[in-house]
Design a protein around this ligand. Structure first.
Ligand code: CTP
Ligand code: MG
Length: 229
């Protein structure tokens, strides 16, 4: 059996961003939804499936991050994040325990991800995939525009997907992808694509939405109420 079929699973949670687009008075991961921080919620969601959680937190708030993670039932490590999300994840990879064979990367900014999504990702990795991402279809019509914002063409949306997290990877493939990274990718799967490693997809979920703006925070609050009913 391959290492991925049997080894322990870790989740890296990048939580070191400042949340400029949300514009709150503290880093986005520390904002609360119904009294529980986005970081705590994301870590709790991961802890149902993974053994180890590595959080990349703002470098001036490592103690606060650790404190928020005391309620999470997993082996927890907290490291200082970097200037970009990719740097934060790179720092987290440095402290991964040796016996981890599968690594999930999950944004702290996606606190409501259902456990079913995480399970789908891990199952496909256990079956031998080296990279797996949760995706959703696109409902809107998509068009490309030129520099004057005039439409160039309509893009076939049937071939497009919205990509969420947790994204899951074979540990050694991910470590190699980060070692080889020459550019900043907007997600981790992008680094695997650059190495020609096939990236498989599983069904995502609207609840795994990313909180980017104040409007998203309102939507997440509403979704939370709906899931608590
Ligand atoms: N992130 C990180 N380190 C960075 C930047 C982002 O760990 N240097 C994390 C964020 O904390 C978040 C995830 O990556 O959980 C997705 O990033 P994003 O939604 O862009 O969050 P922010 O960078 O905080 O937001 P903004 O871009 O609006 O500043
Ligand atoms: Mg950002």
């Amino acid at each position: 059996m391959s290492a991925a079929a049997t080894g322990r699973v870790a989740a890296i949670i990048p939580a070191a961003g400042s949340g400029v687009r949300l514009g709150a008075d503290k880093p986005k991961a520390f904002l609360e939804l119904d009294g529980i921080s986005l970081l705590t919620r994301s870590a709790l969601a991961m802890s149902v499936v993974v053994d180890v959680i590595v959080v990349a937190a703002p470098s001036d708030a490592l103690d606060l991050a650790s404190e928020l993670l005391t309620v999470v039932d997993a082996e927890i490590h907290v490291v200082a994040g970097g200037a970009e999300r990719q740097n934060s994840i790179s720092n987290a990879l440095q402290v991964l325990p040796e016996d981890i064979s599968i690594v999930l990367v999950h944004d702290a900014a996606r606190p409501l991800v259902p456990v079913e999504v995480t399970n789908r990702v891990v199952e496909k990795l256990r079956a031998g995939a080296k990279a797996v991402i949760p995706v959703l279809p696109i409902a809107d019509t998509i068009k490309s525009v030129d520099a004057q914002e005039t439409v160039v063409q309509t893009i076939d949306r049937n071939q497009l997907r919205r990509v969420q997290t947790p994204q899951g990877f074979d540990r050694s493939a991910l470590v190699q992808a980060y070692a080889n990274a020459k550019v900043l990718a907007t997600d981790d799967a992008g680094l695997m694509e650059a190495m020609q490693i096939p990236v498989h997809t599983v069904a995502g979920d609207e609840l795994a939405m990313k909180i980017t703006t104040a409007h998203d925070l309102k939507i997440a609050t509403a979704l939370l109420g709906a899931t608590n009913d």
